[in-house]
Design a protein around this ligand. Structure first.
Ligand code: GLA
Ligand code: ZN
Length: 656
């Protein structure tokens, strides 16, 4: 287990490096990430490389017993490179090159850029090959599926389409180009979706363009990782990721990397309304689910955030320590904090690190130090894994298609997943968030909200999963689109109709307004956004709409399919609905369940096969008390306990 910091030696006077390294070592920092954006210092002139300053920094950290993660500085090409080769700059949808002067402006498909990126990566990795202080490499920074429209990207996209469809005719068919005289008569007419207004573009073209750009990002990662592997065989390689607008397919992007690393900035304000509260734990489980293995945090919240946006409130007492431990509870064994010192220059001077601008040892530093001192106690948990009986399925293609065509006001693909995640969390269950394409055999319950774009393999797998005894939950906007993002000519949920034993007679996108649903057991719930008016085939109704012209029509159904059970929720509820629903299906499926946990309590269990380590986190602003079912040993307090008392954002870890 390691706690680390991100450090930018190139931004500080050399006289600080050693002082910083010594304080870090004394604090308990054991890993540091360097050189993330430092291309202009590493290759100040074309072809002339200077690693001397970085050598010195690496040496200083190594003398202080601190290991190093190095980065390819490829996010920030130096200005001389842009000047010499303006063609490497990304081009926007308007056909104009974007303005340089900040960061991340290179086109990752530009063959010229790729030559320079490979060269700096090659030089750097050869230089540090065999340096035992360098234990991992990070490729670039927060890569996206960049919607670049430069000439090279346009040409590559055309080739990609021809490769996929064979002929222009097939592309016309796949995209349904007879609409609005959109038929291509020649390959040269194919353009990325850059027309305005964006919402009027062909959704089939848009989805394929995303597949292309996402694939390019994954290809870029593979290219740089192959250079690193050639020069540093056996080294661990990652790239740091986050939830961004142009999300690439993360399953693909990480497929050949050794581990996932995530930039974790949980919000510090806890909303009063439970419907607005989604624990950041959802994102952590999502990150663990990418490779279905433990992961790293490469940037962890260390202070108040701001820079391009006005500053947000400062982390409350307990959050610096608590949110790092929360990441560990969900499978992170290394947590690197962004950043050691707050920048005093540049655009990010208001995105705070551990130390403020003054460098004084402040409140956050003290808490960070406590965190570092706790880590040795958690050593037994290092490498222990999380096993879940419940999985939530995520489809990058469906998410992209929902971004292309928003369904109704307020509808957001991840929202239902977050509701379900929070609902299972309420009962102390481990939850995986995994690719819709992943193997499901180990799960008792699978939640697949709004599987919108059909993938035949996934559809078959889900049917098999249920027929062999699994419990599946599907929701509205499933089975709507075929692989090309065109509508399927069938009653919804089309390919899942037989599986859920019900079909949609009509639907009502009610957006922000709220209606109600009456459940068979007498409970009433609010619903919002979307109402599928259902007709039962083989399914039974569990709840009915209580108002509107479809009052009395089924809203939630259950169907026996083979040896298993498929639920369908035709609408979007609020937190109380999902809690009630999750509680019931957990009982039906025989999952163990804790009742009456205080609000905000999050329990996850990591196991090494011999012992279970139970993390109990108080993600709330109130003190809580939890009675344990039996006496357990607390790694935090090195004592047996029958009861856990936690202050706001405090964590306990118990051994069973
Ligand atoms: C991201 C980036 C960092 C930094 C932080 C905070 O996560 O990876 O380089 O910009 O945001 O601003
Ligand atoms: Zn481009």
């Amino acid at each position: 287990m390691r706690i680390g910091v991100d450090y930018y030696p190139e931004q500080w006077d050399k006289s600080l490096w050693r002082k910083d390294a010594e304080l870090m070592a004394e604090t308990g920092v054991s890993i540091v990430r360097l050189a993330e954006f430092a291309w202009s210092r590493l290759e100040p002139e074309e072809g002339s490389f200077d690693f001397s300053w970085l050598d010195e920094a690496v040496q200083i950290f190594s003398e202080n017993g601190i290991e190093v993660v190095l980065c390819t500085p490829t996010n920030c090409p130096p200005l001389w490179l842009y000047e010499k080769h303006p063609e490497i700059i990304q081009t926007g949808a308007d056909g104009r090159r974007i303005q340089i002067g900040i960061r991340g402006h290179r086109c990752i498909n530009s063959s010229v850029f790729l030559e320079y990126a490979k060269r700096i990566t090659d030089e750097m990795t050869r230089h540090y090959s065999g340096n035992s202080s360098v234990i991992a490499w990070q490729i670039d920074n927060e890569l996206e599926a960049y919607p670049c429209c430069c000439e090279e990207c346009r040409a590559d996209f055309r080739n990609w389409l021809i490769e996929k469809y064979g002929t222009v005719d097939n592309i016309n068919k796949a995209f349904g180009n007879s609409v609005w005289s959109g038929e291509y008569s020649s390959i040269t007419q194919i353009q990325p979706p850059s027309a305005y207004p964006k919402a009027w573009q062909n959704p089939a073209l848009c989805l394929d363009y995303w597949r292309f750009t996402s694939g390019c990002t994954a290809e870029y990662v593979r290219l740089l990782s192959s250079v690193i592997r050639k020069n540093c065989p056996g080294i661990q390689i990652t790239t740091n990721t986050w939830f961004c607008e142009n999300m690439p397919d993360l399953y693909d992007m990480f497929s050949e990397l050794d581990f996932v690393s995530y930039d974790n900035y949980p919000p510090v304000r806890i909303p009063k309304n439970p419907d607005e509260f989604y624990s950041h734990a959802f994102h952590l489980d999502f990150m663990r689910g990418i490779k279905q293995q433990n992961f790293w945090i490469m940037e962890q919240l260390s202070g108040l955030t701001g820079s391009w946006a006005p500053m947000a409130p400062t982390p409350r007492p307990g959050q610096i320590k608590g949110y790092a431990l929360q990441a560990i509870a969900h499978g992170a064994d290394t947590v690197v904090h962004f950043r050691w010192r707050t920048a005093i220059t540049g655009a990010e001077m208001h995105w705070h690190g551990i130390l403020d601008h003054s460098g004084a040892l402040n409140r956050r530093y003290s808490e960070f130090r406590e965190l570092c001192k706790i880590l040795p106690k958690l050593e037994p948990v290092n490498g222990a894994e999380i096993y879940s009986e419940t999985a939530i399925l995520y489809s990058p293609e469906s998410e992209c298609a929902f971004k292309i065509q928003p369904q109704t006001d307020g509808f957001y693909y991840l929202e239902q997943m977050k509701y379900f995640h929070a609902a299972f969390t309420k009962y102390g269950a481990n939850i995986d968030v995994i690719s819709s394409e992943a193997d499901l055999s180990r799960y008792k319950i699978v939640i697949a909200p709004s599987l919108y774009v059909n993938n035949e393999q996934v559809t078959k797998k889900l049917k098999r999963y249920v027929s062999e005894g699994g419990t599946l939950v599907m929701t509205c906007r499933s089975g709507v689109k075929d692989e090309n993002n065109n509508c399927i000519m069938d009653a919804l949920p089309a390919v899942f109709k037989e599986l859920v034993g019900a079909e949609v007679v009509e639907y009502d996108p009610i957006g922000w307004s709220e209606q109600s649903v009456a459940a068979n057991d007498g409970k009433a719930f609010s619903c919002k956004q979307w109402c599928d008016v259902l007709k039962l085939n083989t399914a039974e109704s569990l709840a009915e709409y209580a108002d509107s012209f479809y009052k009395g029509a089924p809203a939630v159904t259950v169907n026996k399919y083979g040896r298993g059970t498929a639920y369908y929720i035709g609408t979007v509820g609020k937190m109380d609905f999902y809690e009630d629903f999750a509680g019931k299906i957990m009982e039906q499926c025989g999952l163990s369940k804790l009742d009456g946990l205080p609000t905000g309590t999050e329990i996850t269990t990591r196991t090494d096969g011999e012992c279970d380590y139970i993390f109990i986190f108080n993600n709330s602003e109130n003190d809580v008390e939890i009675n344990l079912p039996e006496t357990m040993y607390s790694l935090m307090d090195s004592a047996d306990k029958e009861k856990v008392k936690l202050k706001p954002f405090e964590m306990d870890v118990l051994r069973k």
